[in-house]
Structures are given as structure tokens and as C-alpha cells.
Design a protein around this ligand. Structure first.
Ligand SMILES: Nc1ncnc2c1ncn2[C@@H]1O[C@H](COP(=O)(O)OP(=O)(O)OP(=O)(O)O)[C@@H](O)[C@H]1O
Ligand SMILES: O=P(O)(O)OC[C@H]1O[C@H](OP(=O)(O)OP(=O)(O)O)[C@H](O)[C@@H]1O
Ligand SMILES: [Mg+2]
Length: 291
């Protein structure tokens, strides 16, 4: 039985939606209820905490399995086992980046240009210090507790912060000097729990369900019928993960075709299939794709 810790804050909504799609629905009495449960024999208890703290709690064995961002695993330098990237962020399926940014009109073009004593505000002081040491820059690193973009140019000269879409940087007149880390959300485990056969098997089941739900995003199942004479034309325009399934219909005059296709483009694909002779075309949502 696993103890699970899930992220509060920016990743919370997307994480709970993913667990729902993976048939691991997280049950909570309210948003303020940080103790939750999942109706699954492999999961004993669930806690919802800040992602900044999750890597440390996993390393200490306070939980067996958790979800947080690679940025916080790196910042805390925690010894945890990664069961893989989960390709979702707060708003998109893209990773976030930890970047160094300066005002658009700053004179610097790279981190090497930064003068000794430059003031840098960041939610990632350790990652920032390591990065500056690697570049031989002696700076004053000032911890930030959020709204970091709001601190240049009067409070500090530069920032190290997260960016997903880049809109916060643009709205605050900032440009990126360098990228310290590209960070996906990850499924991570306590090392000792991972080495326990029964717990590892349960962890791998959870990973399979989560990845299956993520893989299904953006895909649908198309099913259709088509006369034998039109089958080659339909197969020519029907995309597939491997190749479409073709089943002969009773009577031998027609076939049923089905295939997993990207949701993006279905709006032009269906009319094209119809024009190629397909009929009884069904578009069916998919909740998981497991290889
Ligand atoms: N658009 C995003 N903004 C912030 N964090 C994000 C975003 N997308 C993914 N994350 C991940 O979520 C984690 C940060 O979430 P968290 O809510 O703790 O930070 P935060 O958004 O700065 O907190 P707060 O809600 O107090 O502003 C990091 O691991 C980060 O990689
Ligand atoms: O690149 P974007 O899509 O604009 O997203 C990145 C911004 O979102 C987060 O801020 P958050 O909402 O967590 O507020 P905070 O800055 O106070 O932490 C993060 O700290 C960045 O500021
Ligand atoms: Mg933030």
C-alpha cells in the first residue's frame, strides 16, 4: 500500500484532472482538506502539500510516491527516484523553464556580463548560486516568495524565475538572459519504497495509468464503414498509430475501418473521409492509450 503526496498550488488542478482521467480519482471533502483518499487497493493515504516541500518529504520517507516539478527536485537536491516525466504543467502540456531575466533595456547580453554584486531575486536560491558559481559571477542572491517579476529594476537588477508561457515576463518588460533548467512535472518515489517489490509494482501501475491518460490526450478513435471499392481511397487518407484496423462486414460488400487519430485535424479529416466514400463515421473519445 502506497502513501501518496500531490502538489497544491499551480499544479493542483491539472494533477487532480489527470488522476480522474487515470481512474484514480482523488476524493477530498473540500479544497482546504489536505488529507485525501483514492479508492484503489494500492493506495493507502493521500496528502496535498506544496511542491517545494515534496522532494524532501519523499527523500525522508514520509511518503512513498509523489508528484512535483523537476525544478524543486533540483533546487532541494533531493535523493529520490524518478518514475518519469508527466508531460503537463499548470496551463499546457509544455515544460516550464527556470530562466534568468533582466529588464529589456539592461546592458547585459549574457550571464557573463553581469557585474560583481549584481542583485538577483529568486524562488530558487540554491539553483541560482550553483549556476552563478559555474559562470564565475559574484552576485547578491535575494530569496523571493513570489511575484518575482515585480522586483526589477528598483529592488533587484535581475531575477531567476519560472516561465511557462512567457506572458509574465512580457507583461513586466523582461527578457531572458539564460535558461538554468527545463522542468517537467515528474512522478518521484522514496528510494527505499521503490526498492520494495510490492510497492514498486504498485508505483509502476500508477505510472502506467497516468501515462496512459496523458498519451490519450489529443487523440480520438474514428470508426467508419466503407464499400470495398472505396476502401483504398479511405485508407490513403486515414492516419493511424500503426495501421488502421479493417474488418470485413457480413456480405463481403463493405468493410469497417477504425483508427486512433489526432483530435487536431479531425474537423477536415471527417469531411474528407465522407467524400472518399466513408459512411457511418463515429468519433469516439479515448481516456487512455497504453502501449
Ligand atoms: N505556470 C506555472 N507556474 C508556476 N509553477 C508551475 C507552472 N507550471 C508548472 N509549475 C510547477 O509547479 C510547481 C510550483 O507550483 P507552486 O504552486 O508551488 O508554485 P507557485 O505557483 O509559485 O506557488 P503560488 O501558487 O504560491 O504562486 C513547480 O514545480 C513548477 O515547475
Ligand atoms: O510564463 P507564465 O505562463 O507567465 O507563468 C510563469 C509565472 O507563473 C508563476 O507565477 P505564480 O502564478 O505562481 O505567481 P508567483 O509568481 O507569485 O509565484 C511563476 O512564478 C511565473 O511568475
Ligand atoms: Mg509562483
Amino acid at each position: 500500500m502506497l502513501s501518496l503526496v500531490l502538489p497544491k498550488g499551480s499544479l493542483e488542478k491539472a494533477t487532480l484532472e489527470l488522476f480522474d482521467a487515470a481512474d484514480l480519482t482523488v476524493r477530498r471533502s473540500s479544497d482546504r482538506d489536505y488529507r485525501a483518499s483514492i479508492d484503489d487497493p494500492r493506495i493507502e493515504r493521500v496528502r496535498v502539500l506544496r511542491p517545494q516541500e515534496i522532494p524532501t518529504y519523499l527523500e525522508q520517507g514520509l511518503f512513498d510516491l509523489g508528484i512535483t516539478g523537476r525544478d524543486w527536485i533540483t533546487e532541494t537536491d533531493s535523493d529520490v527516484v524518478s518514475l518519469g516525466e508527466l508531460k503537463y504543467s499548470k496551463a499546457t502540456s509544455n515544460p516550464v523553464r527556470v530562466i534568468m531575466a533582466v529588464p529589456n533595456d539592461a546592458p547585459w547580453q549574457s550571464v557573463a556580463d553581469l557585474p560583481e554584486g549584481v542583485r538577483i531575486s529568486t524562488e530558487f536560491p540554491e539553483m541560482t548560486r550553483r549556476f552563478l558559481d559555474r559562470h564565475g559571477v559574484k552576485a547578491k542572491v535575494v530569496p523571493s516568495y513570489g511575484a518575482t517579476e515585480a522586483k526589477v529594476p528598483d529592488i533587484v537588477d535581475a531575477i531567476v524565475d519560472l516561465t511557462e508561457t512567457g506572458s509574465s515576463l512580457r507583461k513586466n518588460g523582461l527578457r531572458i538572459l539564460d535558461t538554468l533548467l527545463t522542468s517537467y512535472t515528474e512522478l518521484v518515489a522514496n528510494r527505499e519504497a521503490y526498492e520494495d517489490d510490492e510497492k514498486r509494482a504498485a508505483m509502476e501501475d500508477v505510472a502506467l495509468l497516468l501515462q496512459g491518460a496523458i498519451r490519450a490526450r489529443g487523440n480520438v478513435l474514428l470508426k467508419l464503414n466503407v464499400a470495398q471499392s472505396d476502401l483504398p481511397g479511405v485508407l490513403d487518407i486515414m492516419p493511424a498509430m500503426s495501421s488502421p484496423t479493417v474488418t470485413a462486414l457480413a456480405g463481403g460488400e463493405a468493410s469497417a475501418v477504425e483508427s486512433v487519430v489526432p483530435k487536431r485535424g479531425v474537423n477536415t479529416l471527417i469531411p474528407a473521409l465522407k467524400a472518399a466514400g466513408a459512411h457511418d463515421i463515429l468519433e469516439i473519445p479515448i481516456s487512455k492509450i497504453v502501449d
